[in-house]
Design a protein around this ligand. Structure first.
Ligand code: AMP
Length: 223
């Protein structure tokens, strides 16, 4: 199964993509995490990407697409992939389609996690993330039991450099201009599953899994 998780920054893509990947025993490919890991290791890729990330803009397609195509060629991707944060524009979506077609595969479903803009701004401004396992917390809505420490693994919590008010606004602007058109692209392809992303993490996760499961049952009974 090749699943794309689509949604604005703060919609919960990372958290939910991890849930879906585990359930489907698929690889979880998060381009934002890949760029941040590259930054920690101070690689050439990070040098090329950092200025865009700091401004909340998209890293150029040539760099991003090459990185993802290399990643999906890895052995852990044979059982399927859950894409989180990729594709982010039409060019990336087309590149992904082409690459999968060459392997006789296709994007099976696209889960669009829908969250209102007011809720997105609120979520992003109080967000803290575990450095080790990437579990997100919110200063007001879901604080960790011990301040600064992850409940799950005890890792250190940090705030992303691009979660500042100005950068958040730019990331949302980029999302509406470049990524939101993909909702239409995948609707026309008959692949879009729209899921309400407001509510608790478990509740949204269940909605997503039910929606993927339901759509597959529908496909089988039609086929
Ligand atoms: P994310 O963690 O998905 O919010 O991504 C953080 C930042 O990484 C984005 O604001 C972009 O600068 C960069 N990035 C992540 N995914 C992509 C992508 N598919 N295309 C271009 N830039 C990306």
């Amino acid at each position: 199964m090749y699943i794309v998780i689509l949604g604005a920054p703060g919609a919960g893509k990372g958290t939910q993509a991890a849930v879906v990947a585990e359930k489907l025993k698929a690889a979880h490919i998060a381009t934002g995490d890949m760029f941040r890991e590259a930054q920690e290791q101070e690689t050439e890729l990070a040098r090329q990407a950092v200025s865009y990330m700091e401004k909340g803009q998209l890293v150029p397609d040539e760099i991003t697409i090459r990185m993802v195509l290399e990643r999906i060629a890895a052995p852990d991707c044979v059982n399927g992939v859950v894409f989180d944060g990729f594709p982010r524009n039409l060019k990336q979506a087309e590149a992904l389609d082409e690459a999968l077609v060459e392997q006789g595969k296709t994007v099976d479903k696209v889960v669009y996690i829908k969250v209102s803009e007011t809720e997105l701004l609120e979520r992003l401004s109080g967000r803290w993330i575990c450095r080790q396992c990437q579990t997100p917390y919110h200063a007001l809505n879901s604080p960790p039991k011990t301040p600064g420490k992850c409940d799950r693994c005890g890792g250190e919590l940090y705030q992303r450099a691009d979660d500042t008010v100005e950068t958040v606004k730019e990331r949302l602007r980029v999302y509406f201009a470049q990524t939101a058109p993909l909702i239409d692209y995948y609707t026309r392809a008959g692949k879009l599953l729209e899921v309400d992303g407001e509510g608790g993490v478990d509740e949204v996760g269940e909605r997503i899994l039910a929606s993927i499961g339901g759509s597959l049952i529908g496909q089988r009974s039609r086929g």
